[in-house]
Design a protein around this ligand. Structure first.
Ligand SMILES: [Mg+2]
Length: 270
């Protein structure tokens, strides 16, 4: 079996851990792509594991489970890894017991609390400033985050480096666009956790005990999904069912290791 550029891709048979993007890869908005259920069944039948990874920190895992269940995919908590979870683990590992001011949704704050992270509302007590994709943003939060950045020495992190989040009419400001507001007045930018940083991939490999050689990331966006694979040193598969086109791959500088028309082609190889 060869990919769309004629590359021999039989070696994909040896992969065990499949990190899957969702929108544009297994579904489009609310329409499941044909072959998705067979693809997931196939991974399980060869003794592999799949994990859905997403940069969206505004929705909880429960909301994603509901969405996939409605589409006929059985999924539970263990099958997901969001930038919110990665952020929580990052904080626990690097800044345990520190007080975190979170400019994010109530859902993100609740998730962080479940991990035992200390959340504070007080500028004075803040030791870590965390910015998420905050669809409940208020000027009060912007003001406090600005004050923290200008009056204190804190760790400055953000859940995901996406500039815009797709909605019906186009894009609304996502996490990085919000952080750029602070850059314009302070000259400071955060350390980003989500795709294309390798952090999420590293955490999932560590959690399930898989090596880089056994791991593959599948997605439709070159600058997030595929770049993540490159940054993490794992195989990347670009499927042409979402954002990236063949022209983008030929003319762009982010090159997937493997390019296939859809996930149905991966099923055939496995
Ligand atoms: Mg996608």
């Amino acid at each position: 079996m060869k990919d769309v550029f004629g590359k021999d891709v039989e070696y994909l048979k040896d992969k065990k851990l499949f990190l899957l993007d969702m929108d544009g890869t297994i579904y489009e908005e609310n329409r499941l792509f044909e072959g998705t259920i067979e693809f997931l069944d196939k991974i399980r039948s060869i003794g592999g594991r799949y994990v859905f990874i997403t940069n969206n920190s505004s929705r909880s895992v429960t909301a994603y489970i509901d969405k996939l269940n409605k589409m006929g995919i059985h999924a539970d908590k263990e099958d997901f890894f969001t930038s919110a979870q990665a952020t929580a683990l990052h904080i626990l590992k690097n800044y345990p017991d520190k007080n975190v001011f979170c400019m994010g949704t109530r859902s993100l704050i609740m998730e962080l609390k479940e991990y035992g992270i200390h959340i504070t509302d007080s500028v004075e007590d803040t030791e870590v400033l965390l910015i998420g994709y905050d669809s409940e943003l208020t000027y009060e939060k912007l003001r406090k985050a600005s004050q923290i950045l200008q009056t204190k020495e804190v760790e400055y992190i953000a859940t995901n480096p996406d500039k815009g989040c797709p909605v019906e009419f186009g894009l609304v400001p996502d996490c990085a666009a919000m952080c750029e507001m602070f850059y314009m007045i302070t000259g400071k930018r955060p350390y980003y956790i989500g795709k294309p940083e390798p952090t999420m991939v590293n955490y999932v490999m560590e959690k399930y005990g898989n090596t880089k050689e056994e791991t593959v990331i599948v997605g439709d966006r070159l600058y997030t999904d595929i770049k993540t694979g490159i940054n993490a040193g794992v195989t990347s598969i670009c499927v042409l069912t979402g954002e990236a086109t063949l022209d983008d791959i030929i003319n762009g500088d982010v090159k997937p290791e493997v390019t296939l028309d859809s996930i149905r082609d991966i099923t055939k190889i496995l």
